[in-house]
Design a protein around this ligand. Sequence first.
Ligand code: ADP
Length: 181
Amino acid sequence: MILSMENLEKIKERIEVAQGDITRCEVDAIVNAANTSLRGGGGVDGAIHRAAGPLLLEACKKLDGCPTGDAVITPGFNLKARWVIHTVGPVWRGGKHDEAHLLASCYRKCLSLSFENKFGQVAFPNISTGIYGFPKKDAAQIAIHTVIQFLPSHEFPQKVIFVCYDNENYSIYQEILSSLF
Ligand code: ADP
């Protein structure tokens, strides 16, 4: 990917890394690392459902699930975020089952929904790097590169926040971004 210095500077202002609990983010949309059934689960999915309240599950039940690599949107109910974008990351099965493409697709689909809805800020967790076992460094490279590819040609989302929960992901993101900008 070739970006001019000017483009790189512009994108830099639109990407942020934070550490903490994504359910507390005051943004237009937070992304949920959901599963195909959209019926809630462990990890960040469970935390988001607990914080949003039972209406989130009701809204999810009205949808016909979500395939791996795709994304759907619901209101955020009791969350500070107005919207939740539910995406389904791939389960890591050694790397030869299209995991990288599917993970990139998750980020792209969430970014496209943010574009269509003209979102200012969208917060992403580190999709697939928990229970689904995707190697953290590889997942971070895919996440960051997909966002960097998307932003220059799209006015929305104006800002992407990578919300890292664990120290390891937080340092990986900081390292990759400081090497890029
Ligand atoms: P997956 O099944 O996609 O791997 P997980 O929820 O198990 O989903 O993990 C995805 C990432 O979300 C992990 O890096 C995990 O540390 C992180 N995580 C867990 N709880 C939260 C939270 N409350 N806020 C932000 N990130 C979280």
